[in-house]
Structure formats: C-alpha cells, structure tokens
Ligand binder design. Structure first.
Ligand code: HEM
Length: 129
C-alpha cells in the first residue's frame, strides 16, 4: 500500500554503503578496535555489517542468504567486548551517522538509528571491563 521501509526512506543502498564505509574508515584508525579485526582485510567485515544493517532496516535479505540467522551476540563471543570496546564502536558509529546529511537522515530517522546502535552495542558486551 505504498508504505515505505526505513531502508528506502533514508536513501537505500547508497546510504548504507556510505554509513559502513565511513564506520570502517574510523575503525581502521581506532587503537582499541583495529586489533580485533583481521590485519590485512577490513572489507569482509564491512560487507557483513552493511548487509546486516540493510536487512535489519527493511532492505535486501542478502545477509541471511549468505550467513543464515544473524545470532550476533554468539558471533561476537570470540572477541572480548567490554565498556571500552563498546564505547569505541559507538564513537565510530556516531561519526559515521553524523556524516550522512539531513537530506537523507531527518531528525526522526537519525534518532531511531542512533537509539538502535546504542541498544545493539550494549547487547554485545560480554566482558566486565
Ligand atoms: C562482526 C566487533 C558491535 C554487527 C564483528 C567482528 C568484530 C566485531 C571484531 C568480526 C569481523 C568480521 O565480520 O569478520 C564488534 C565490537 C562491537 C560490535 C567490538 C562493540 C560493541 C556490533 C553491533 C552490531 C555488529 C552493535 C550490529 C548492529 C556485526 C556483524 C558482524 C560483526 C553483522 C558479522 C557477523 C557475521 O556474519 O559473521 N564485530 N562488534 N557488531 N559485527 Fe560487530
């Protein structure tokens, strides 16, 4: 009936591509986060985050076609994620979200995205400090 998904409302593939590429540019120079990722390749991780977020917000379901059920907390078990890592991740994500202009992300969609990221990052914490 013409109801638009969040994915479409914020600019679709281009927006999610810009968001995750800026996010990983920040991860690449973050001294807390960078060591958690493979030394020679951030591209695979960038692609997986992009596909996941696209699917979560109503876009293509490529993530589950390739990876199955997300089970994100379980998939983060190999990494020690305490408040320090959570805050570093959120810092990178806030920078990435801020880089998307108001022409694509209005206040309401921006607040929804930020709120989700904060909730999701907290839910990935698996270590006390
Ligand atoms: C994978 C770190 C939070 C989504 C990964 C990986 C690392 C990592 C090191 C492996 C890279 C790879 O895919 O090869 C962290 C840290 C977080 C965090 C330190 C701090 C809280 C989040 C959040 C989300 C997320 C909040 C979702 C909103 C993903 C996805 C993958 C992934 C989709 C790929 C899973 C797969 O299919 O294998 N993360 N992450 N992460 N992360 Fe995170």
């Amino acid at each position: 009936d013409g109801a638009q998904t969040f994915y479409d409302a914020v600019g679709g593939a281009q927006t999610f591509d810009d968001l995750t590429s800026r996010f990983y540019a920040e991860v690449a120079r973050d001294e807390v986060l960078r060591p958690l990722y493979p030394e020679d390749d951030l591209e695979g991780a960038e692609r997986r985050l992009r596909m996941f977020l696209e699917q979560y917000w109503g876009g293509p379901r490529t993530y589950s076609d390739e990876r199955g059920h997300p089970r994100l907390r379980m998939r983060h078990n190999p990494f020690r994620i305490g408040p320090l890592e959570r805050d570093a991740w959120l810092r990178c994500m806030h920078t990435a979200i801020a880089s998307i202009g108001p022409d694509r992300l209005d206040d309401e969609h921006r607040a929804a995205l930020v709120g989700y990221m904060e909730m999701a990052a907290q839910s990935m914490v698996n270590a006390p400090m």
